[in-house]
Structures are given as structure tokens and as C-alpha cells.
Design a protein around this ligand. Sequence first.
Ligand code: RIB
Length: 309
Amino acid sequence: MSDIQVIGSLNVDMTVRLPRFHAAGETITGEDFNTYLGGKGGNQAMALSRLGASVSFIGMVGEDSNGARYIEALNLAGVDTSGIGTTTEAPTGVALIEVNKRGENRIAVVPGANALCDVDFLSEQQKKQAAPKLLMLQLEIPLYSCMQAARQAEKQGTMVMLDPAPAIPLNDIFLSRLDWITPNESELRLLTGMPIGSISDVENAAKYLLSKGAKRVVAKLGKSGCLYVDSESSLYSPAFSVNAVDTTAAGDSFNAGLAYAIINDMPLEKALRFANAVGALSTTMEGAQAAMPSLEMVEEFLANNIQQS
Ligand code: RIB
């Protein structure tokens, strides 16, 4: 049995580094091009395996070289890939990613096989695997499939963490099945329709999600750290200052760090600090999964760095 089950997307990222983001109709010259393994689901699973967690993955790739490359990489990382299906009906998902000089990114995803993760496929795979302690979801496979996966997890007594990315409106039934939801600022704005300009705005929006049924909100605030909110308390955790070269998988790494901390029963303050550190470290290297830190790297980083006040 794996402690953590990730259900989600597997993409191949085609990443170009640019001096700046360009305008519509403009052609500019890129500085560098690479292909990396990505997809929010795959990134979270890979980050967890680097940290030493036992992880299984349920998802779908095309019956093509990208799909084969992906499954091989996850196997090598020790992720249980028995729940990954292959299809001839669509190619493996791809993401076109631009990264500017400041490490900021713009991403366009073509879901391909990820869009074929339907309810029947997922529930068959979920039933084949022993119930994990924690299920991690994102929104790069069909929403209805995510909702059914959360329903099944609830029946199995499994905790559910949703990374609501890319954000779409969510109904109260789905929200009420979430033990953890981890929006960034723009996702929080979309999910609540509320303004997000200050920490108290974030806290109010998080409380709105609690009122809709979510049990705990961890708002990811990028360079400002994160804010935890539940029905009784809230806790702010400042960010670490790093020299970011590529922020592509910062959110995925943060979620993996948070999940690892939860599974290992870290106290809340330590868990948020750990998640911030995993997220920060992932921005100091290029690529999505290529940038995921090991547990040793995170521990060394935590020993040598303090959070910004
Ligand atoms: O969160 C980053 C990921 O978003 C990239 O790896 C890309 O594949 C898109 O899914």
C-alpha cells in the first residue's frame, strides 16, 4: 500500500526560455529550449518520491514515446505506476511553457490522454489499490472524475487534498469532501469571486471556502509564503528568499511538501515551513520535475535558511 495516491495529469513540458514575454503578433528569439516531464499530477508524485514518500499514481498517457518515457521515469523514481493506463485515442498531454528572465512562466496545456481519465477508469483503478492515507488531486483531468475520486476516497476513509489548478468553479459537494484545498491567489479569487489584495482578504476568502464545506485551506502566496486557515484558527508562514530561475512547478512542489509533512505528522507550523522550503527550492533549478529537491536538500536548506519576516 502507498501512503499517498496521486490522481492527475502527466504532460511533457516543452519549455523555452525568453528574454521577456512577447506581445500578440510579435516574434522574438528564445534563448534555450528543453523538454521536461511535467503535468501537475506527475510533478506532485515525482516531488513526493524525491522526499522519500511511498506514492502510487493513477492517470493516463498516450501509447507513444512520450508516454513510455514518462512511465519509465516514474518507475525509476519508485512510484507505483500500475494505475497508469495507455490509450491510442489521444497522445500524451503536452504543455508549452515560456519562462522569462525573472523565472516567471506562462503555460498552455493540451490535455490529450489526460482528458480520457474518465470515472469508470479511475474508480476501477482506485478499487484495485489499497486505500491510501492521502489522495492528491489537481484539475488537469476532467472535473467530474476528480469529484468521483474524492467521493470514493471519502468512502475509504482517505484524506483528500485538492490543488485547484487550473481553477474552475467548484460545487459545495466537492468542496465538502476536501480535507485540504491549496489555491494560489488567482485561484482563490476565481473560486470565491472575492478580492485578494491583502492577507486579510486571503483569510476572508479562505473562510468563504470553509463555509462552503472545505475543512482546511492553505493559500499559496508565492513570494509571500502561505496562509493556513481552518474553522478555529489561522497561521501565516513566511516565504524563504531564494534566487528563482524557474517557478514552473513551485506550486506542485509546495503541495508535495505539505502532503509529506501531513503524512509524517509534522506539527502545523513545521509543516507549512517544510512546504515553503520544498516550493522555494524547486524554483532554484530549471524544469518541473528536474527541479524537485530530495529530503536531504530540504533538510540542509531548512538548517541554513530563515524565513523572511
Ligand atoms: O504546475 C506546472 C505544470 O503545469 C507543468 O509541468 C505543466 O505541465 C502544467 O501542467
